[in-house]
Design a protein around this ligand. Structure first.
Ligand code: HEM
Length: 483
């Protein structure tokens, strides 16, 4: 009887009526963050949709999202069994496929520690505080040189391929201690692969939601399989090369840090529960996560700078006053460039280019806002809605960096934490610090050197191309030297 009552309670979750097989696909359309934000007005903070044949609970509203990721975080900490997730990292991904539990917690800690190694290890250059800073600043410096060449050769140009190569080089340096020439064929192949994987998975794979599609011929499914396999092989090859040249006393990168961990641990260690294969798959996760996200962030920053030239001038004034022109920006400048930091936070909030978390799933039966959700319920968390909620953000749809500054013109950290873009709680992004430092260095180095202009009379279009990470539509820039 109790079970029937519980089921009835779940049945009473509000939500739009679903079609057989296709569910609510057609109502949701191509801009899911907008349509699900609209639906919240009718159905509230917790409602049920069907994506194909998969029931999904959509969670919105600042307080409710905080409950799901914070107070009740452990209840919502799994990932659903999605077909596309099982293809990534041969099913060994901490991010997508491992089940939440003690071993998963150890794996996440291993990943966090591996990333930290690079922020702690000494740089070769006296001017940099750590190896991470050295890698990022070297790429930023190369980026401005290449922008200058492109401007000379073409006048206006599309910054996207260049930004992708730059960010990819940082993640290659972090993972494999190696930066590539922008014409290197192997490097270009990885980038192309990653783009394809993003395109295919961003479009949403029917096989994830309608199981029979796993067995039917499908171009996008075949592409995803082909690309993930090649990507997995590339990572495996790089790791193998590292085993050959590994020196326990000279940790060059994340792969080295992980190999050292495999070698050091003994059977009594807690982390022995992780297989070597799982530990090494960490590289795959970091590579995938740290690439597309930062690229999108930078492209969005550029687009907003074109849209609001007066804000560009304010950032340049701050750079001129605090950094000047005789040296390049460094991580430690972040604490002094308050307006620049406010601008970056407003780009993260306003664009909400990661509109949902990676899908979550309940680890146990639980109750949310009075609704009973059984174990293994898939949950989508709508960050876009929370970042545009009028009850949290005054004039939420306007772009106002100053909202992040307090009366003395300093960054208001408590407000920054209200922007949902890196997640929170047990499933929080492990790359937030790296991402924020990278965004800051690239943005300030570019603006220290150039004024950016749009290349047409048309108004800048902020409409995104929908995906796991949303990108701006194609745009070109013109630059003018400042130094
Ligand atoms: C997870 C955002 C950069 C590594 C996530 C999640 C979001 C996110 C929303 C999902 C949280 C959830 O499911 O609740 C971003 C944004 C970035 C960024 C906006 C850049 C602007 C990075 C970088 C790295 C990274 C640079 C690594 C170097 C990860 C990993 C996870 C993750 C490993 C999975 C965590 C888990 O499943 O527990 N990120 N991320 N991210 N991110 Fe990031």
């Amino acid at each position: 009887l109790i079970l029937t009552l519980k089921r009835k309670r779940r049945m009473s979750l509000p939500g739009p009526r679903a079609l057989p097989i296709f569910g609510n696909f057609f109502q949701i359309g191509g801009q899911a963050h907008i349509s699900l934000t609209e639906m919240r007005k009718t159905y509230g903070d917790v409602f049920l949709i069907k994506l194909g044949m998969m029931p999904v609970v959509v969670v919105s509203g600042f307080e409710t999202v905080k409950k799901v990721l914070g107070k009740q975080g452990e209840h919502f900490a799994n990932r659903p069994n999605m077909y596309s997730f099982s293809l990534l990292a041969n099913g060994k991904s901490m991010t997508f496929s491992e089940k939440y539990g003690e071993t998963w917690k150890i794996h996440k800690k291993v990943m966090r520690n591996a990333l930290r190694t690079l922020s702690k290890s000494d740089a070769d250059s006296m001017n940099c505080s750590c190896r991470l800073e050295e890698y990022v600043c070297a790429e930023a410096s190369d980026l401005v040189d290449t922008m200058q060449e492109m401007s000379k050769d073409h006048g206006s140009f599309n910054p996207s391929p260049l930004v992708i190569l730059t960010v990819a080089n940082v993640i290659c340096a972090l993972c494999f201690g190696k930066r590539y020439n922008h014409n290197d064929r192997e490097f270009l192949r990885i980038i192309e692969l990653n783009n394809e994987v993003q395109k295919v998975s961003g479009a949403g794979l029917l096989a994830d939601f309608i199981p029979v599609f796993k067995f039917l011929p499908s171009k996008s499914l075949n592409e995803l399989k082909k690309f993930t396999q090649t990507f997995n092989n590339f990572i495996a090859k790089s790791v193998q090369e590292h085993y050959g040249s590994h020196d326990q006393n000279n940790i060059r990168d994340i792969t080295d840090a992980l190999i050292k961990l495999c070698n050091d641990r003994n059977t009594t260690d807690k982390n022995y529960k992780l297989s070597n294969e799982q530990i090494i798959a960490t590289v795959n996760d970091i590579f995938g996560a740290g690439f597309d996200t930062i690229t999108s962030a930078l492209l969005w920053c550029m687009l907003y700078l074109l849209k609001f030239p007066e804000m560009q001038e304010k950032i340049q004034k701050e750079i001129d006053e605090i950094i000047g022109t005789s040296r390049l920006p460094r991580f430690e400048d972040r604490k002094d460039l308050h307006y620049t930091e406010a601008f970056i936070n407003e780009v993260l909030r306003h664009s909400s280019f990661v509109p949902f978390t990676i899908p979550h799933c309940t680890t146990m039966d639980t109750i949310l806002n009075g609704y009973w959700l059984p174990k293994d319920t898939s949950v989508f968390i709508n960050f876009f809605q929370v970042n545009h909620d009028q009850t949290v953000w005054k004039d939420a749809n306007m772009f106002i960096p100053e909202r992040f500054l307090d009366q003395s013109g300093h960054i208001d950290k408590s407000l920054m934490e209200k922007v949902f873009i890196f997640g929170m709680g047990v499933r929080k992004c492990v790359g937030e610090d790296i991402a924020r430092n990278e965004m800051f260095i690239f943005l300030t180095t570019i603006l220290q050197h150039f004024k950016l202009f749009k290349d047409s009379e048309l108004d800048v279009d902020l409409t995104p191309v929908f995906g796991l990470t949303m990108k701006p539509k194609h745009f070109n820039i013109r630059i003018e030297d400042r130094i």
